[in-house]
Design a protein around this ligand. Structure first.
Ligand code: NDP
Length: 328
């Protein structure tokens, strides 16, 4: 059998962590043939709770789970990591200014970037889930100069999955028939879910919908504000669906996107589609042989252009803000 893959998870004692760790241990992250070793990072006050989760993981008797270690030190937690899921972050609390939010997260993602640079495995792949995810990924990446930049990604897969589900509902089609949907830009309310290249059972989805009012006034805001809808209904933010999306993101990155389809990942821009180089922005990506590439050559209509540009402008502002704060 294969040697275990080291998976580091930060914020392991949180809501998303609780849903995520069991899925990883069961083999859903890297497939049924790959044993995993979990390395959990928490802040000192939450280490005890993480230990509790570790007891439950043990009680799962997962054949693929080769070990669990718990740390409150980033250098140790990322040592030898092959996959890093950066979930723990400082959430925005009432009355908090954006600069305070970015600064607080700088205090988390700068040392984590340094720790990844110092000790992660050569094949390290990083997914940032904790918000503001795109800019947190940028901060971590800028402190890991020895790691190829493209290994730092941020999660827009939940937005992607939400959009697929809403589109399938509208068209009365099974979700499995929806392909080639794209989330562009920032994982924030400005994100743009694009159905113009999407297909339903091989037919163009925008043509099948044929309802621009629904697209602009229902679909796009519904996907962008789905998080708030969940909080309203559940009394807590989405956790299992976020964990599910994190699993999908790494699974597809490592094991490939299905033939004839693509997915959405926030990745460092190479300038494609007019997105300034280096911004960590969501694109349509295909994955094969453990690598991803931005899908090229899609025609972007006026409707899409305006919305992509607005979300990318927000990312550029966030980059300026963290630059001013000396975080990158
Ligand atoms: P959650 O596990 O619910 O969320 C963690 C992060 O994921 C938040 O930043 C959250 O952003 C983000 N997120 C991204 N997408 C989504 C989504 N679609 N739905 C919900 N959340 C999303 O938070 P908890 O407070 O339960 O747990 C956080 C844990 O992280 C705590 O145990 C804390 O101790 C730990 N932590 C660890 C650190 C470390 O390891 N160094 C540093 C900081 C915290 P948003 O808030 O915007 O919803």
């Amino acid at each position: 059998t294969q040697a275990p893959v080291n998976v580091t998870v930060t914020g392991a004692a949180g809501q998303i962590g609780y849903a995520l760790l069991f899925r990883i241990a069961s083999g859903q992250l890297l497939g049924p043939d790959t044993p995993v070793k979990l390395r959990l990072l928490e802040i000192p006050q939450a280490v005890k709770a993480a230990e509790g989760t570790a007891l439950e993981l043990e009680d799962g008797a997962f054949p693929l789970l080769a070990g669990i270690d718990i740390f409150d030190d980033a250098k140790q937690a990322f040592a030898g990591a092959n996959v890093a899921l950066l979930v723990g972050a400082r959430p925005r609390t009432k009355g908090m200014e954006r600069a305070d939010l970015l600064e607080a997260n700088g205090g988390i993602f700068k040392p984590q970037g340094e720790a990844i640079n110092a000790g992660a495995a050569d094949d390290i792949r990083v997914l940032v889930v904790g918000n503001p995810a795109n800019t947190n990924a940028l901060i971590a990446q800028s402190h890991a100069p020895d790691v190829p930049a493209e290994r730092f990604t941020a999660m827009t897969r939940l937005d992607h999955n939400r959009a697929v589900a809403q589109l399938a509902k509208k068209l009365n089609a099974p979700v499995g028939e929806i392909t080639k949907l794209t989330i562009w830009g920032n994982h924030s309310a400005s994100q743009y879910p694009d159905i113009f290249h999407a297909e339903v059972g091989g037919r163009n989805a925008a043509e099948a919908v044929n309802d621009e009012k629904w697209l602009a006034e229902e679909f796009i805001p519904r996907v962008a504000k789905r998080g708030a809808e969940i909080i309203e209904a559940r009394g807590a933010s989405s956790a299992a669906s976020a964990a599910n999306a994190a699993i999908d993101h790494i699974h597809d990155w490592v094991l490939g996107t299905p033939e004839g389809d693509w997915t959405s990942m926030a990745v460092p821009s190479d300038g494609s589609y007019g997105v300034p180089e280096g911004l960590i922005s969501s694109f349509p990506v295909r994955c094969r042989d453990g690598k991803y590439e931005i899908v090229q050559g899609l025609e972007i209509n006026e409707f899409s252009r305006t919305r992509i540009d607005a979300s990318v402008a927000e990312l550029a502002e966030e980059r300026e803000a963290v630059k001013k704060l000396g975080l990158i």
